[in-house]
Design a protein around this ligand. Structure first.
Ligand SMILES: [Cu+2]
Length: 161
C-alpha cells in the first residue's frame, strides 16, 4: 500500500466513527423531531393510562371535567373546550384562574397553539379557546387551576383519532 494514503484512510475511518457515535448520542434529542412525520397516528393511548374526561386534580382539591365543541375532538381544527371545575363535594368553583398547557409526551412537542381560558361561563364552567391538535395519537392536556388560596393541576390523557 502507498505510504501516503494510509493517514488519509485512518482520518476517514476516524471521521466516520465520530459521525456515527455523534448521531447515536444525539438521537434522543433530535429523534422526536426528526422522526415526527412518520410517527403520525402510530401511537394510541398507552393502555395503562386513565383517559376519562372527568378526574380529581393531582392534590385532590378539584373535581375537573372537560368537554369539546364539537363533541368529538376534531383533528387539526381550532375549536373550544369547556372546563368544569367543582370541589370534591360538588360545589362549583367560581372565577378561578386557569392556565392551559399540553403536548405529545412521546413526540417531545407541545400544543401548536396557545389556548386560553377567555370567559367564566358560570356554574364552575370555563370557556377554553384556541384548542388544536395537529395529529392523531396520545396527547396530554394540563390545566393549572388557581382559586383563592388553592392551587392544583390536572393532566388529562386524550386520544385524538
Ligand atoms: Cu406529535
Amino acid at each position: 500500500m502507498n505510504k501516503q494514503k494510509i493517514p488519509v484512510i485512518i482520518t476517514a475511518a476516524i471521521t466516520t466513527i465520530i459521525i456515527i457515535i455523534g448521531f447515536v448520542l444525539l438521537m434522543p434529542v433530535i429523534g422526536p423531531r426528526f422522526l415526527h412525520p412518520i410517527m403520525m397516528g402510530s401511537e394510541p393511548l398507552p393502555a395503562n393510562l386513565d383517559a376519562s374526561s372527568s378526574r380529581l386534580s393531582d392534590d385532590g382539591l378539584f373535581q375537573v371535567s372537560w368537554s369539546s365543541d364539537p363533541t368529538k375532538v376534531p383533528l387539526n381544527q381550532i375549536h373550544t373546550w369547556t372546563l368544569h371545575v367543582e370541589t370534591p363535594d360538588g360545589q362549583p368553583v367560581e372565577n378561578a384562574s386557569v392556565l392551559v398547557e399540553g403536548g405529545m409526551p412521546q413526540h417531545g412537542h407541545g400544543l401548536p397553539t396557545n389556548p386560553q381560558v377567555t370567559e367564566y361561563l358560570g356554574n364552575g364552567d370555563y370557556l377554553v379557546e384556541g384548542m388544536r391538535f395537529q395529529m392523531t395519537g396520545f396527547w396530554e392536556v394540563k390545566f393549572v387551576i388557581n382559586s383563592g388560596e388553592q392551587s392544583d393541576s390536572i393532566t388529562f390523557n386524550v386520544d385524538i383519532k
